[in-house]
Design a binder for this molecule. Sequence first.
Ligand SMILES: Cc1cc2nc3c(=O)[nH]c(=O)nc-3n(C[C@H](O)[C@H](O)[C@H](O)COP(=O)(O)OP(=O)(O)OC[C@H]3O[C@@H](n4cnc5c(N)ncnc54)[C@H](O)[C@@H]3O)c2cc1C
Length: 449
Amino acid sequence: MDRRQFLASLSVGSLGLMGLPNAWAEDSNTPVLFPVPTNTGISGRIVIVGGGMSGAAVAKYLRLWGGTGVAVTLVEASPSYTSNIMSNTVLTGQRTLASLNYTYGTLVSHYGVTRVNAKVSGINRAAKYVTLEGGGTISYDRLVLAPGLDFDLMPGMSSLAEYETLVPHAWKAGPQTQLLRNQLLAMPAGQNVVLTIPKAPYRCPPGPYERVCVIADWLKQNKAGSRIIVLDANADIIVEKENFSHAFTTLYAGVVDYRPGCTVTHVASASRVVTYDQSLNGIPMASQAQVQAAVLNPIPPQRAPQLLKDAGLLSTDPAKPFAPVNVLTYQSTVDPLVHVIGDASLTTQPKAGHIGNQQGKTCADAVLRLQSGRPMNAQVVTNSACYTPITATTATWLSAMYQYDPATGTMVILPQHNNGKAIAASSATSDNYQDMQRWFTTLMGETFS
Ligand SMILES: Cc1cc2nc3c(=O)[nH]c(=O)nc-3n(C[C@H](O)[C@H](O)[C@H](O)COP(=O)(O)OP(=O)(O)OC[C@H]3O[C@@H](n4cnc5c(N)ncnc54)[C@H](O)[C@@H]3O)c2cc1C
């Protein structure tokens, strides 16, 4: 039974509208909103922690597909959401942070989601409630965790505050993005930016290489003689290698200095000196080498938030500090009443906003089936798409379709989709740049309205 059949099988009113994605008015960016059905016969108290790309999507679709009997509470620490997607263009002044701001008004007023503006500080799985920082608890029948990521300290750093004041990672869009922009503006021409990339898996695989490109483009126009030195912990560019290599060695020849296989051993935040070892194919190339940055942008190693660790939901493999899940339902492998979606989950799909939106929908469908005793959909398909600005006017893209593979219990790229590999644009074009703007507007509208 596919989702359409599943929805059609429900003995409720408003069937003609249920399950349909919202449409878009042809002449504007305004979505045409379909009403939430009054009652589908499905009930339950679903609490969601985190209203980002995956949490907002699951909240919306639980109500859109589940109807008014499903009580959805979205607990989000911030009053509004700032999109990471497109935030690299804030660094170059092409966008403002304010243009990346999304509010929860439509989720509340149109879909009837109950919003709680608070940080969840604890999870009691035995008694099925979450605790709020500042006091109070919220009970659940099912809990959906969508809190994104936490960031580790780089070696040599003593406090996360160093990211806030001296060496912004800006890998969560917000004040650090603005700080990095201000530092770039204030940097004297001829001096260097240093950017470090952690070992995969990390949030948004093409993101660091995209950032290198847009900063290099901006340096070329605004800071003559400056370079961006890239210390990549990975042995090579991990996605879209042809496009990024081409950009680094032709468009940005003499501006981008890309160094793969680098393990950062020390970051001195105040003096902005980075010490690292480099080795390629097991052969040491440099030991305790140092670079001096005028602007230092260390992108730190990442992991699921401490909240999930404290609740015993994380993998014991130190190289994969995320929450293992059943990708048909996003139920934690530790607790079937807890679902984990988005960057905090451990799956074979990329940690990306587009995938987070897809995981939110898959999870909403599974929660409604579980709450109503219906069989699971065993043919889950998700789609990932990332557009990447390469210059101020051109972009590339990377896309893949994933399908559930019962043999491995994982999501794999559809064999008929480019022989099981992600597809990338053949070159950076201005058409792709226009498509990127449309894709972004659609994805964000589809998630938050
Ligand atoms: C520079 C950059 C560019 C990117 N570009 C792309 C792109 O082109 N395409 C793409 O698909 N992806 C892109 N991404 C990745 C994308 O932004 C993330 O993968 C996505 O946001 C993850 O969604 P999420 O729901 O897991 O977490 P988030 O979107 O980070 O949302 C998590 C939310 O949970 C809240 N929260 C956390 N803890 C708590 C708590 N204890 N209590 C209450 N609330 C809490 C946070 O405030 C936050 O709002 C990019 C990322 C970066 C950094």
